[in-house]
Every structure is written in C-alpha cells, then in structure tokens.
Design a protein around this ligand. Structure first.
Ligand code: SF4
Length: 149
C-alpha cells in the first residue's frame, strides 16, 4: 500500500469510529423514541422522503453493507430503500443505519427528533464529512455507492 493510500485508509478508519460514536451517543440521549422495525420509513416512494447522508455516514453504511456480503446496491422498482432486504423485509445494516433513519421520518416511532436535541451531533457529522473532503449530504443510494466503487 502506498503512503497516500495508507493515509486515506487511516482517515477513514478514524472517521468511521467517530460516526459510530455519534450514533452511540444519540442512542443515549433522553429522547423517547421507539423504533419497532416497521420499515415504513424505508419506503421512499410512499413517504416521499429519502435520507440524506453525510460522507462519514455513507462510509459507515457502505462498510456495513460489504460486511453483510453485498457489493452492489440493487435497483428497487418499488421505490424502497436499496438496503431493505426484499426477502426478510429488514434493514441489511440496521446497527449502522444513517443518522436520518434514527431521527426522522417515522411517526409511529415518535416523529422527528427536535433539531435542538441533536444539532451538536449533526455538526459533528458535518465536521467529519469536511475532514473526509465530502461536500453536502446526499441522497442515500448515491452517497453509499461512492464507497462501494
Ligand atoms: S438504511 Fe435501513 S433503516 Fe434506513 S431507510 Fe434504508 S433500510 Fe430503512
């Protein structure tokens, strides 16, 4: 491995650890939410909403997707998230799902988190993205594909 590649690998490893720490801190916040894996929020066509991922979130999601033995995001003609397993109807990367999947969309789980309760975590995700050279948050599939290439 060249020194440049080694440096990138090191940066990504640290970034992924930092993103996972943010997810862990979010789980510890005293905001009552109850995701019961209904996966309604994973039906983008029905909800009209798609999670946007910062670069670090996309990196973590891609790592988890690969760890699940997958390499290519499938096209979903039904408009569902490509990370929703059509056989089991479960998220393939649930423990590594993006921030938006944890904090938005699902009325049954309690609705969106108030931004004031998670703004500091969002700012940290943006800082990680900036450090990785990322631009703005992007729709889920395109953001993850970058790290599957
Ligand atoms: S990443 Fe997982 S939780 Fe998030 S929308 Fe896709 S399938 Fe649902």
């Amino acid at each position: 491995m060249t020194p440049r590649r080694e440096a990138i690998a090191g940066e990504r490893k640290q970034a992924a650890a930092d993103v996972r720490k943010i997810y862990s801190e979010l789980a510890g916040r005293p905001v009552t939410r109850n995701c019961t894996l209904r996966t309604e929020c994973c039906q983008f066509l029905l909800t009209g909403k798609t999670p946007y991922l910062t670069t670090g979130e996309a990196l973590v999601a891609a790592q988890a997707f690969k760890a699940a033995g997958r390499r290519t995001l499938p096209a979903r003609e039904d408009g569902a998230c490509p990370l929703l397993d059509p056989r089991t109807a479960k998220c393939l990367i649930y423990d590594s799902r993006p921030f938006g999947c944890r904090t938005h969309f699902c009325a049954a789980a309690g609705g969106p988190y108030p931004r004031r309760d998670v703004a500091d975590l969002i700012h940290r995700l943006e800082a990680i993205a900036h450090h990785l050279g990322g631009t703005e948050a992007r729709p889920l599939a395109g953001a993850i594909r970058e790290f599957l290439a």
